[in-house]
Structure formats: structure tokens, C-alpha cells
Design a protein around this ligand. Structure first.
Ligand code: SF4
Length: 260
């Protein structure tokens, strides 16, 4: 009988924006928790914590805003959201409108032809499950149940779930992870290089102290995102001036800086 062929292990993907740079080694959980805390403190020193919430939308408004924002610049998705609000008296009217009218109102976002029917599907599903377009029950559900309720909506992923819980007036303890946040976490070795954005939500939240309140978790999202926007760029991160250089295996490999 022929021996089964051995399958070569798949090499880990290169770090985002850094070509064939080696991924940082995976640190044990306790080390990663300590690293996450040190990173948070330093970045709070850099960007200033606590950070004001950037808006105060009702949960359903935040859900719609978040669905429109996928792969779309903030300015464009904000305009599309305002255009939708101006074109229809309420979300029930958006739900029941001909899809072409919704698509026209959100024409400034990426893929309006897909987002318009997807948005109506979500609004219909909420109506079916709640009997009305109302998400107020998320304020009192236990955290895991609130997350599961939102995640069961069609096309709603971990980032949208966390955005609704954290950014809306619910102000609950949840950690949205955008592409900047995710990239910085990968380069620091807080998550493996192979960990996609979706699963990174739970892994990164698990590194933060359970005693932290919603504001502290929101601050963590904000400082990680800002660091990705202002220093740890997709291409050519500014490692030489980075306040995390001594903690960061990627930065040390790029600059030859010594370990801590
Ligand atoms: S040292 Fe470089 S790779 Fe590491 S977090 Fe800072 S900018 Fe990003």
C-alpha cells in the first residue's frame, strides 16, 4: 500500500504591508496580556485617555451607519447615512421602500447595489424577531447574549456587533477591531499573523482586564486605531519614532533595535 503523501505545512502569511518580513513569534497568553496592558498605557500617554466617544447614535442608527461603512471612507459613509435619513422619514420606510430608492440614497458608499438589499434584510429580520424596529433590549441583555443576538442578523459580523454595542448610546463593553487596530496587533505579536480580523475581536478583547469598563475598552480600540493611522502605517511604518519599538518584534526586526 503506498504511503500517504506528507503535506508541507502552510507557511504563515507575511505581515501586512511588509512583504516577506517574518511574523513575530507567538507569545504565551500571560505575556500577551501583560504586553497588551503596557501597549495600552503607552498609547494612552501618546494619544490621551479617556477619549471622547465620537458620536452618540441610538443602537439601530449605529447599526445602519456601521453597515454602510464597510470598506467605505468615513466621509462617504457619513454622507450616505445623512442622505438616507433625509430621503426617508424613519427606518420602517427604508425597510419597506423599493430597493432601488434605498440604493439611490446610499449611492456614495462602496457596493450600494449589495448594501441596499442587505440593509433592508436586516431591518426586516429585526422587525420579525422583535415585532418592531427596536434594539432597546440590548441594553439589559447579558453581554454574551447581546452579542449573539446581533451576530444572528444576516450579514452582521463581529466588527458591526462591537460597533453597535460600544459606539451607540448603549455604551457597552465591546472591542471593535478595524484594519489599523488589527495590523498593529499583528505586528506587536498580540495575535498571530494568521489571525483574520473577524476572530481577532474575541482574542484581543480576552487580553484586556475583565475589570475594565466600557470606556477603557473603547479607549483601547481608539489608541490602537490611531497608532495605525499615525505611525504604524500599512507600508513603511515609522518604527524609528514609535513609542512601542522596544516592545515590538516587527519593529525591532526592521530597525535592528535591541530587545527590552
Ligand atoms: S515598532 Fe513599527 S511595526 Fe511595531 S508598532 Fe511601532 S510602527 Fe508598528
Amino acid at each position: 500500500m503506498p504511503l500517504p503523501r506528507r503535506v508541507a505545512p502552510t507557511p504563515p502569511p507575511p505581515l501586512p504591508g511588509l512583504g516577506a518580513a517574518p511574523p513575530p513569534p507567538a507569545a504565551p497568553d500571560a505575556d500577551r496580556r501583560e504586553l497588551a496592558l503596557t501597549v495600552h498605557r503607552r498609547l494612552c500617554g501618546e494619544y490621551g485617555c479617556p477619549i471622547d466617544y465620537f458620536h452618540a447614535l441610538a443602537p439601530l442608527d449605529e447599526l445602519v451607519s456601521s453597515l454602510l461603512s464597510h470598506r467605505t471612507r468615513n466621509r462617504d459613509s457619513h454622507r450616505a447615512y445623512e442622505s438616507l435619513r433625509a430621503a426617508f422619514p424613519d427606518w420602517a420606510a427604508v425597510r419597506d421602500a423599493p430597493v432601488a430608492e434605498v440604493e439611490r440614497a446610499i449611492a456614495g458608499v462602496t457596493w450600494p447595489e449589495a448594501k441596499a438589499p442587505a440593509l433592508q434584510r436586516v431591518l426586516r429580520t429585526i422587525t420579525e424577531r422583535r415585532g418592531a424596529l427596536d434594539l432597546s433590549h440590548l441594553a439589559t441583555l447579558p453581554a454574551a447574549e447581546a452579542e449573539a443576538w446581533l451576530a444572528a442578523l444576516p450579514g452582521v459580523g463581529p466588527k458591526t456587533v462591537a460597533a453597535v454595542l460600544s459606539f451607540s448610546t448603549l455604551r457597552r463593553r465591546a472591542l471593535p477591531v478595524d484594519s489599523h487596530h488589527h495590523r498593529v496587533a499583528q505586528r506587536l505579536g498580540l495575535i498571530p499573523a494568521s489571525c483574520a480580523v473577524g476572530p481577532s475581536h474575541a482574542r484581543l478583547l480576552a487580553l484586556l482586564p475583565e475589570a475594565w469598563d466600557a470606556q477603557q475598552v473603547y479607549d483601547n480600540h481608539q489608541v490602537m486605531m490611531r497608532h495605525g493611522q499615525r505611525c504604524c502605517f500599512f507600508r513603511n511604518p515609522a518604527c524609528a519614532r514609535c513609542v512601542l519599538l522596544d516592545l515590538c518584534p516587527t519593529g525591532r526586526a526592521r530597525t535592528g533595535a535591541p530587545p527590552p
